[in-house]
Design a protein around this ligand. Structure first.
Ligand code: A3P
Length: 289
């Protein structure tokens, strides 16, 4: 059995180590030129980070690898002594900083809003996200055991997983997207037309890259390339944290894998819950991808 703990902050479960350092995280000082990558877990965080890095490095793969070795963009809520916390790592980074978070809007350190930072949000459809998170919790030794698929299904729809409810997370960021500098992207769109979505990210970052460079970025950030790349496939992370013999970090990278996991009854129930929970939100997810 894994020795892991989640604790609650304002109704949201987080890793206990983050909660222990909560005041330090909340008083984090954002800078106006920070770019914050925001996602619910398993929505394509690693993917969008690689896209952002490749844009930043003008499509130069070697430079991108070196940049990742120097500083993988810290999660601001990461706090695992004796390693430096995300907040400490961010303080040491040169500006403009690229940071990451899985926090829902209402738990974000307020200085991000006060400084009008840029936010890059990636949403993934809830069903695939649930499947991906289930396999991730099987292999991740610092997150709780997911239990059976049936048990996990219940936990996920009730938001009883790390970083809380998928529904609240996505709704919360979607609601703020026109009030702040938020580029709101969908995993499924990046999958369908990567070049188009990468172009949006490039414009959002204020960069201009020519067609050939964009094509290189599309190629280098494909699932196949990232699965082989030791900087992105997490093969450098010790087995005591990520046990890839249970399930690889770069697992499938597809849209619609939920169909291999959901029973017909679970799917009907999920669609009903989805409609209730997302009622009143203008966000438009296709439930039958
Ligand atoms: P699956 O478990 O469905 O394969 P995160 O980085 O937020 O933890 O998300 C991980 C999910 O994104 C995994 O989903 C992973 O395979 C997928 N992913 C990572 N890189 C990808 C890419 N280049 N293309 C498509 N999916 C990718």
């Amino acid at each position: 059995k894994k020795q892991t703990q989640l604790r609650e902050v304002a109704g949201v479960l987080l890793q206990a180590t983050s909660v222990d350092n909560w005041s330090q995280i909340q008083s984090f000082e954002a800078k106006s030129d920070d770019l914050l990558i925001c996602t619910y877990p398993k929505s394509g965080t690693t993917w969008i980070q690689e896209i952002v890095d490749m844009i930043e490095q003008n499509g130069n793969v070697e430079k991108c690898q070196r940049a990742i070795i120097q500083h993988r963009h810290p999660f601001i809520e990461w706090a695992r002594p004796p390693q430096p916390s995300g907040v400490e790592k961010a303080k040491m980074m040169p500006s403009p900083r690229i940071l990451r978070t899985h926090l829902p809007t209402r738990l974000l350190p307020p200085s991000f809003w006060d400084n009008n930072c840029k936010f890059l949000y990636v949403a993934r459809n809830a069903k695939d996200c649930m499947v991906s998170y289930y396999h991730f919790q099987r292999m991740n030794q610092v997150l709780p055991d997911p239990g059976t698929w049936e048990e996990y299904f219940e936990a996920f729809i009730n938001g009883e997983v790390a970083w809380g409810s998928w529904f609240d997370h996505v709704k919360g960021w979607w609601e703020l997207k026109d009030r702040y500098q938020i580029l709101f992207l969908f995993y499924e769109d990046i999958k369908r037309d990567p070049k188009h979505e990468i172009q949006k990210v490039m414009q959002f970052m204020g960069k201009h890259l020519d067609e050939a460079v964009l094509d290189t970025i599309v190629l280098e950030t494909s699932f196949e390339k990232m699965k082989e790349n030791p900087m992105t496939n997490r093969s450098t992370v010790p087995k005591s944290i990520l046990d890839q013999s249970i399930s690889p970090f770069m697992r499938k990278g597809t849209v619609g894998d939920w169909k291999n996991h959901f029973t017909v009854a679970q799917n009907e129930r999920f669609d009903e819950i989805y409609r209730k929970k997302m009622e009143g939100s203008s966000i438009n997810f296709c439930l039958d991808l």
